[in-house]
Design a protein around this ligand. Structure first.
Ligand SMILES: *[C@@H]1O[C@H](CO)[C@@H](O)[C@H](O)[C@H]1NC(C)=O
Ligand SMILES: *[C@@H]1O[C@H](CO)[C@@H](O)[C@H](O)[C@H]1NC(C)=O
Ligand SMILES: *[C@@H]1O[C@H](CO)[C@@H](O)[C@H](O)[C@H]1NC(C)=O
Ligand SMILES: *[C@@H]1O[C@H](CO)[C@@H](O)[C@H](O)[C@H]1NC(C)=O
Ligand SMILES: *[C@@H]1O[C@H](CO)[C@@H](O)[C@H](O)[C@H]1NC(C)=O
Length: 767
């Protein structure tokens, strides 16, 4: 067996571990040619029809607006024809901030056959550009307006040129004496082996364009995210290759957009040449240089059970007693799959993820790609050359060194034994399929990577305006500071600051509603008919921290304890909610009532190692599982793990009445998202279409592409944006027009889903 392992391993040229099943390193130096990939029509067509089929499937489940394809085709036509408009006669030192000429009389008479929110006026302050930047203290949001305030537009501003962005630093000051007193020194990381190219910083503008709407849910302040700066496309992505050509080492995107004053972002570093970069190598070098900062771990367990397991602990470099704090490490696990349509903009996003989280932090994070090989007949466990071929065909070479492949067939082997009965399987899909059990591969990844304490599950169609380190780090800190008392209840409710007050007010609001309902607070492991203990519970241990000895009376319970699960949508009780998959639970005793459960839509989030190991055991030993979005939260509920919904800022495209927001989004049991009346009922989910974060949101793409500088067919008409309605807005001509406020600048914001970015991606779909 050992022989077999080493001869197999030797095929990897220097890589001596092969986990899940193979972490393969690219050794060729082929530069990735985007143009070649993008203009490969047959390939694109296959992907296009794949997308169409998926879209049709989705259509049958959700209320997607019709005419989407038509609208896209029309957009393309318009993009081609658009010749620039009458510039008007506003002198260039005076900007009239008047977000949208097209003003529906509002509220529009509500129509029976359409969702009532279509009657709310559009918000257009998002599209006000950099030239209207004001200091945060002078910012007047278009939404929500304080009681009795008047609509702030039009506003006339005088400006004397473009503002200048500055580096946006969110990492700890590793050079400071405070840091040095507490932690091991951080060795700065570089893009090249000769240490000549430091990891660049992104740039932010100090202020906010006048009128920019505030988030309607969630809060920068509560989470500790800066809310007084904004980001344009060049400050965000310029350091990673936006805005300059292949010849200069860039990605040759963004050069077709308005770009006045953008050169500032390259002044200190020059335009960084990314040609031939190998992120796996860069990331490894960074870790090697910073090893001593982190807790040592046992070598990973092997793939084959028989070979298990010499627990090799790396020898300590110094024998002196530890005087400084060691840090835990976190993996960011990007979920990729074969056949995914890559684009230059996606590459920018992933470079940002790696640079900000793994490199600029001195290896506190590692980024991994967990590549789902969809063809189960591929012998990925047997032949490394097959794996290399799959990488060559599916992943840009610069990321090969970060890839781990897996298949559903492999999950059948990892989790054998069947799952007995299922309460229901509305999707009629295989239990081992990624659709119902995306967590299997993540669990097994964690099992094979004991060096990480935390795992962010991340998807390819998510983007972040802002710095990823700020987002992930602040969410983790905020979650650690949360008390476990009332946590399930707070996490089941959308936080609307303008209605609920600050976080302590919100906590009080939730407490009041719980008391009024007469239900007890949910705290600690749950009992229910048919409950089976985990091994750790059999041994009399528990996931509850010592601070919880006082039960629900002591709000210090769980404060200072790292969260086991952090989600980006509320953790709701699906029982009776009408959420489509509420009963998709397998392997539990179906003759008993369904166990209590929780769920959070969208699988992105942070998992602790013990969370994933509890899920792992539920699956391999107890043969329990549940629908992808329900299983993690349900295990956390049953076992008493600390789960929390982080109220990240979410924007909305229309001027909703806040009372209607509360009634709609917190319309379930006890003014939450749970149970009857839930906004996650399949008939209520449409309310998310105008938000910046939901799996079928339409506004997220519109906002993101306009921020990137491309014209968008703004079809947010009273009928919800059907073909031929609305206006073409934004893009180069509009942003460059005299009197225009220029390009957009948004405060930090997560957007999802982003299915395409550059207009040419549509062109190729339509080929
Ligand atoms: C808003 O206006 C209404 C009537 O015009 C008045 O009753 C109310 O007190 C005002 N609210 C505030 C906060 O000024
Ligand atoms: C790195 O430095 C070495 C020694 O100074 C030099 O020979 C080599 O060419 C450098 N490599 C690059 C890529 O600049
Ligand atoms: C921790 O949470 C408490 C209670 O909400 C809050 O008052 C406090 O400011 C928080 N501390 C930090 C550092 O966020
Ligand atoms: C929030 O709590 C503070 C202090 O308890 C109180 O003065 C304030 O009115 C509350 N705000 C809201 C919106 O409930
Ligand atoms: C919590 O407080 C209530 C009333 O103040 C009391 O009845 C109960 O026993 C307390 N629970 C614990 C666990 O201390």
């Amino acid at each position: 067996m050992a022989m077999e392992r080493s001869s197999l391993a030797s095929l990897f040229a220097g890589k001596d571990t092969y986990l899940l099943p193979f972490a393969v390193k690219a050794h060729q130096n082929t530069k990735f040619r985007i143009r070649t990939l993008l203009s490969h029509c047959l390939y694109r067509r296959v992907i296009f029809w794949g997308i169409v089929i998926v879209a049709l499937l989705c259509l049958s489940l959700t209320t997607t607006s019709r005419g989407d394809t038509l609208r896209r085709a029309r957009l393309l036509e318009l993009t081609k024809q658009h010749g620039g408009e009458d510039a008007g006669s506003i002198p260039p030192d005076k900007v009239v901030v008047a977000p949208e000429p097209e003003q529906e009389s509002h509220p529009h008479p509500w129509r029976i056959d359409l969702p009532s929110w279509l009657g709310f006026r559009h918000l257009d302050g998002y599209f006000v550009g950099l030239k209207a930047l004001v200091p945060a203290k002078d910012h007047k949001p278009e939404f929500p307006l304080p009681p009795n305030a008047t609509y702030p537009f039009p506003t006339t501003l005088h400006y004397t040129g473009l503002p200048t962005p500055t580096p946006f630093i969110v990492h700890p000051d590793y050079e400071s004496s405070d840091y040095a007193a507490e932690y091991y020194p951080v060795s700065p990381c570089y893009l090249d082996a000769n240490k000549t190219i430091p990891i660049p910083d992104i740039y932010a503008y100090n202020g906010i364009p006048q009128g920019q709407p505030n988030p309607f849910m969630g809060s920068h302040k509560v989470l500790g995210l800066r809310d007084d700066v904004c980001f344009d496309r060049f400050g965000r992505y310029g350091p990673y290759g936006l805005g300059y050509s292949f010849d200069e080492g860039g990605l040759e995107v963004g050069m077709d957009t308005e770009s006045a004053g953008s050169e500032v972002v390259w002044e200190r570093t020059g335009k960084i040449n990314y040609a031939g970069i190998d992120w796996g190598e860069v990331q490894n070098r960074c870790y090697e240089a910073n090893k001593q900062r982190f807790v040592e771990v046992a070598a990973p367990t092997g793939l084959f059970p028989a070979m298990k397991t010499k627990t090799v602990v790396q020898p300590r470099e110094e024998s002196a007693p530890e005087t400084k704090k060691k840090m835990p490490r976190t993996a960011v696990v990007v979920r990729a799959y074969t056949g995914f349509p890559w684009s230059a903009h996606l590459i920018l996003n992933l470079r940002a993820l790696i640079s900000e989280l793994a490199l600029r932090s001195g290896a506190e994070y590692d980024v991994h790609f967990l590549l789902h090989v969809r063809d189960d007949s591929e012998p990925i466990l047997a032949d490394p050359r097959t794996v290399q071929r799959i990488l060559d065909e599916n992943i840009p070479p610069e990321f090969h060194g970060l890839c781990t492949v897996w298949s559903e067939e492999q999950m059948r082997v990892v989790y054998p034994g069947g799952f007995k009965r299922v309460f229901s399987n509305p999707a009629r899909k295989d239990i081992y399929g990624v659709y119902r059990s995306a967590h299997f591969a993540l669990q097994y990844f964690a099992f094979n990577h004991p060096e990480y304490d935390f795992f962010w599950n991340w998807e390819m169609d998510m983007r972040f305006v802002g710095n990823y380190y700020e987002l992930f780090d602040r969410l983790g800190r905020w979650a650690r500071n949360q008390s476990r008392v009332g946590l399930w209840e707070r996490s089941s409710k959308y936080y609307i600051p303008q209605l609920h007050g600050d976080w302590d007010n919100f906590t009080a609001v939730v407490e009041r509603d719980v008391r009024a309902s007469g239900r007890p607070f949910v705290l600690g492991p749950q009992n229910f008919a048919g409950r089976e203990p985990l091994l750790l519970e059999q041994e009399g241990q528990s996931f509850m921290p010592p601070s919880c000895a006082g039960g629900a009376n002591d709000t210090s319970c769980g404060v200072g304890e790292d969260a086991d699960l952090i989600t980006f949508n509320p953790l709701f009780d699906p029982e009776g909610s009408g959420w489509f998959f509420e009963s998709d639970m397998a392997g539990y005793d179906t003759s008993l009532p369904k166990p209590p459960r929780r769920c959070s839509i969208i699988t992105a989030g942070r998992f602790s190692r013990r969370m994933l190991m509890a899920m792992h055991e539920e699956v391999w030993r107890l043969h329990h599982t549940a629908f992808t979005e329900m299983f993690p939260a349900t295990v956390a509920l049953h076992r008493g793990l600390k789960a929390v919904f982080a109220p990240h800022p979410v924007s909305i495209d229309r001027d909703w009445d806040l009372a209607v927001v509360e009634k709609t989004f917190n319309g379930g049991r006890d003014h939450t998202t749970s149970g009857r009346g839930s906004v996650f009922n399949s008939r209520n989910e449409h309310n998310h279409k105008g938000t910046s974060w939901y799996y079928h949101s339409e506004f997220s793409g519109l906002l993101w592409r306009r921020w990137l500088g491309y014209a968008e067919w703004d079809g947010r008409g009273p009928n919800g944006g059907k073909a031929g309605e609305g206006t073409l807005r934004g893009g180069r001509e509009e942003e460059e027009m005299p009197g225009s406020t220029g390009r957009m600048c948004l405060r930090s914001l997560l957007v999802h889903p982003i299915k395409w970015e550059h207009p040419s991606e549509l062109e190729e779909e339509d080929d």
